[in-house]
Design a protein around this ligand. Sequence first.
Ligand code: ITT
Length: 195
Amino acid sequence: MKLVLATSNKGKVREIQALCEDYEVIPYRELMDEFEIIEDADTFKDNALIKARAVFDALEDKDVIVMADDSGISVDILGGAPGIYSARYGGENANDRENLKKLMNDIKSKGVGSSPAFYTAAIAIVTKKSERTVHGWMHGTALAQSRGEGGFGYDPMFVPLGYDKTLGELSNEVKKKLSHRSKALSLAKKILKTL
Ligand code: ITT
């Protein structure tokens, strides 16, 4: 089954392809030019729907399934920030490294070396007949320092609950078992089977 991914984030594409081996997962940029999608909703769920709908509407072939992921990290000591603003925490066009640096500095500025935190992923599935959403979470600790180069985004500063290494240091296989995205995708796969 063909699954078009409404994302420009290469880290997400890599992980979703590894978690959906039974599907032909195609980033939408392989089917058309990349275009800007304004994610102006105030929940992960609604932003995921905005992305999936935008790509579905732009595709000529309507016999496809479009899937989008909206995700982010919420840090307790920062009152849940950056949350839905995770992609642009370090500034409007900030890259992963700049976002990571800002989050570590903000934790440090609270006078602590770490804080409880969690990742959220909302996945939206849009077809010509239906729109569905599911969520997944991963709890752990956000550090004021980064360790390791694995994963993407905020992974080098995030230690999952029950581990003492960051997702930058742990293998992809560990993240595959634990992640917010893999939990949301296991629910998404149940929906995909019914389509
Ligand atoms: P698309 O909207 O094109 O999918 P994006 O990177 O803008 O790509 P989001 O709006 O969902 O995606 O922002 C998610 C942010 O949270 C982004 O900065 C990611 O790096 C970060 N993030 C999400 N999941 C992550 C994960 O599993 N590990 C590390 N960082 C993650």
